[in-house]
Design a protein around this ligand. Structure first.
Ligand code: ZN
Length: 206
């Protein structure tokens, strides 16, 4: 199981990771992120929704998907969104030897130009994180993960998870992937409308 929201004490102990983004009362911002793309149908759909609300987001892409769908990747950038590295083959850091893990991230980096890295499954060893930081990566985790990929959660419940917890400064994770499609496609337009009603800007990570 995963945790919907990350408690403050965990964020405090794991200070080397980024859990939140900048926000102020005058300019409240929410940081929407999408993992596991690009996907040939789902990612373009997400881009349309974002454009409709003048929202920006950060897409943590998998290197091998970028190779497979270079046009979709190019569109992300052309539309003014930010990209991040989500590894080449989506390895679980805690189950992978450091040198293999680093190699996988570096391989993705040949196709993804970004200093942002999000470990797949949020799983990364301290030694791996240290080496990635030394290479100039900022490691981005999240504040809120509503479980859009989890088919045991209904789209309504997934939206509830978001609306109940979401606050300015939060980094929110959704997925432009097949697995998350049903929940994400229900949640995204409603989430965008919710933020608009609240007066929160949807921004890409700084
Ligand atoms: Zn992932």
């Amino acid at each position: 199981m995963y945790i919907n929201t990350i408690p403050d004490w965990i964020q405090y102990f794991l200070k080397r990771y980024t859990w939140k983004g900048p926000s102020s009362e005058a300019q409240p911002k929410v940081y929407l992120t999408f993992d596991d793309g690009p996907h040939p149908e789902i990612t373009p759909w997400v881009l349309e929704q974002l454009e409709h609300y003048s929202a920006k987001a950060t897409f943590f892409c998998i290197g091998k998907n970028v190779i497979e769908y270079p046009d979709v990747y190019a569109r992300l950038i052309q539309k003014g969104h930010r990209v991040g590295n989500h590894s080449h083959t989506h390895l679980k850091g805690k189950k992978t030897k450091d040198n293999l893990y680093l190699k996988d991230v570096e391989q993705a980096q040949q196709f993804i130009n970004s200093n942002l890295f999000r470990p797949p499954y949020g799983s990364v060893k301290r030694s791996q994180a240290k080496q990635l930081s030394a290479k100039g990566f900022e490691i981005i985790l999240w504040t809120l993960i509503p479980g859009d990929w989890d088919s045991t959660i209904s789209p309504q419940k997934c939206l509830e998870n978001i609306v109940f917890h979401l606050q300015p400064g939060h980094i929110l994770v959704l997925h432009d992937s097949e697995k998350a499609r049903v929940n994400m496609e229900y949640v995204l337009p409603r989430l965008l409308q919710h933020c608009k009603n609240k007066g929160w800007e949807l921004a890409m990570l700084p």
